[in-house]
Design a protein around this ligand. Structure first.
Ligand code: NAD
Length: 300
């Protein structure tokens, strides 16, 4: 069994760490909020009071942090992961962050000269996917590091895709969430128009779930209560995946498009709408609650 340092025990990290324990691994866990790390009570889980302490004895370090700046800090400061990881340690960052930071941290790990290997391995599947060990991992980095990480990732996920070199996992994640953010807005717009046209919501669902408008945002995560019992719309849009997180991911898409010269007008518009929704009180609601925006006057 493997000695794993796990840093970032939030909505996603905590259930992921639980699956690693269930698979028989030994964990040293750390979170900036000490109570979160301490909530993981298990004989094989040791609470570490610093990033360095979580890292020092690890064969593998896994991080699940909010944004690129947190990843940069946790990996590259003098008491961070790279400075303290033992020779040959495998570093896996599962946070969703910008491609540039992912590549920079990977270069810093390689530059340490102690055989540290780094993967970016963001996930799709949300909190329910993390709880059910059903995440999809999109992985960027070397073939060797991927082969080494695969069995560990397999205890937290169902689908593990090697997307390419360092940063490719983040690129896949950003592109996927661009599709999701834009399609959720389209589905919300369609339900609002159906209301105005006097078309019953369940009839629109019955038609589009089996017609060319079919998409995940409609059939698995329907933004109106009723048609999909498990969707957050049936529990007052409690997350799930917050609108704040979707805004963050769409910002990453817009920034990546700008940096590469890609034409991405709908990413920009979707980002603007999520920003508007977040600033008008929706930030901590599930991202499917964006449909509420269409019940109001939009000052766009
Ligand atoms: P979260 O805010 O619940 O958890 C992040 C944790 O990191 C927090 O517990 C925080 O205290 C800790 N942290 C922050 N800075 C730290 C530091 N310097 N040292 C140690 N710990 C630190 O976020 P989450 O929902 O678990 O998401 C984590 C990542 O996964 C994000 O990048 C998010 O975009 C991505 N993601 C989330 C979901 C989702 O549904 N929540 C789905 C897919 C991907």
């Amino acid at each position: 069994m493997t000695r794993i340092g796990f840093i970032g025990l939030g909505h996603m990290g905590l259930p992921m760490a639980r699956h690693l324990l269930a698979a028989g691994h030994h964990l040293a866990v750390h979170d900036a909020v000490a109570a979160k790390a301490a909530s993981l009570t298990d004989d094989r889980a040791r609470t570490a009071t610093s990033v360095a302490e979580a890292t020092r004895d690890a064969e593998i370090v896994i991080t699940m942090l909010p944004e690129g700046r947190h990843v940069q800090e946790v990996y590259t400061t003098s008491d961070g992961v790279i400075a303290n990881a033992p020779r040959g340690c495998l570093l896996i960052d599962c946070s969703t962050i910008d491609v540039e930071t992912a590549r920079a941290v990977s270069v810093a790990a390689a530059g340490a000269g102690r055989g540290l290997d780094m993967l970016d391995a963001p996930v799709s599947g949300g909190v329910s996917g993390a709880e059910g060990a059903a995440l999809t991992f999109m992985v960027g980095g070397s073939e060797t590091a991927f082969a080494r990480a695969r069995p560990v990732l397999a205890s937290m996920g169902k689908r593990i895709v090697h997307a390419g070199a360092a940063g490719a996992g983040q690129a896949a994640k950003i592109c996927n969430n661009l599709i999701l953010g834009v399609s959720m807005i389209a589905v919300g717009e369609a339900f609002q128009l159906a209301d105005r046209l006097g078309l019953a919501r369940d009839k629109l669902f019955e038609v589009s779930a089996h017609a060319s408008g079919q998409c995940w945002a409609l059939t698995s995560y329907c933004p109106v209560p009723g048609p999909v019992p498990a969707s957050p719309a049936n529990r007052n849009y409690q997350p799930g995946f917050t609108s704040r997180m979707m805004r963050k991911d769409l910002k990453l898409a817009v920034a990546a498009a700008r940096a590469t010269g890609a034409v991405a007008p709908l990413s920009g518009e979707a980002c603007h709408l999520y920003d508007l929704f977040c600033r008008s009180g929706g930030a901590d609601l599930d991202f499917s609650a964006i449909i509420k925006l269409f019940g109001r006057e939009i000052d766009a």
